[in-house]
Design a protein around this ligand. Structure first.
Ligand code: FMN
Length: 147
C-alpha cells in the first residue's frame, strides 16, 4: 500500500465514552474486535479477526514498549501503557491500554486489551518520550502492512 505524508499525519480522536476492545490468541493473533476498534482503526471487524495485532503497530512506537508488554504478559502480569496506533489509512490514534490474560479453568487461553482515550498533554509527553527511546535504542523506522 502506498501512503502519502499528509494522510500519515491525520489523527483520529477516540471519543471519551468509547472503549476499544480486542482479544488475541497467545501469539497475538486477533480473535475478537469490537465495532469501536474497527471504526477507530479504519478496518472492518472481519478484516481484523485473524490478523496479527501488530497490524496497527505505529512506527513511532519504540520496540521496548512491546518487549515490556510481552514480558509482563508472559509472567502472568497485567500491562498498562500509552500506545500510538496506526490506522489502515496510515493515520493514527492514541490510547491508554490495559492488557491482561484470559483464563479458563486456571489456564491462560487468550489475552485481552481494553483501551481508553488520553489527553492532549499526555500525547505530547509520550510522543517525546517514545522519540527519545527510539533515538537511544537507534531503531530504524519500520512498518508492517497487511492487505
Ligand atoms: C491483547 C493484545 C493487544 C495488543 N494491542 C496492540 C495494539 O493496540 N497495538 C500494537 O501495536 N500492538 C499491540 N499488541 C502487541 C502486538 O502483538 C505486537 O507485539 C506489537 O505490535 C509489536 O510488533 P512486533 O512484535 O512485530 O514488533 C497487542 C498484543 C496483545 C496480546
Amino acid at each position: 500500500m502506498e501512503y502519502n505524508q499528509s494522510e500519515f499525519l491525520i489523527e483520529t480522536i477516540v471519543p471519551q465514552d468509547e472503549l476499544i476492545i480486542s482479544r488475541t490468541d497467545l501469539k497475538g493473533i486477533i480473535t475478537y474486535a469490537n465495532e469501536t476498534f474497527a471504526q477507530i482503526s479504519g478496518y472492518s471487524v472481519d478484516e481484523l479477526i485473524g490478523k496479527p495485532h501488530n497490524c496497527v503497530r505505529h512506527p513511532d512506537m519504540p520496540k521496548r514498549a512491546y518487549k515490556d508488554m510481552w514480558n509482563k504478559l508472559q509472567n502472568q502480569q497485567q500491562w498498562k501503557g500509552v500506545v500510538k496506533n496506526l490506522r489502515k489509512d496510515t493515520g493514527y490514534y492514541w490510547v491508554h491500554a490495559t492488557i491482561s490474560g484470559v483464563y479458563k479453568d486456571d489456564k491462560l487461553v487468550e489475552y485481552k486489551s481494553i483501551r481508553v482515550p488520553i489527553s492532549y498533554d499526555e500525547k505530547l509527553k509520550y510522543q517525546k518520550l517514545y522519540d527519545n527511546y527510539r533515538n537511544i535504542d537507534k531503531e530504524n523506522i519500520r512498518r508492517v502492512i497487511y492487505s
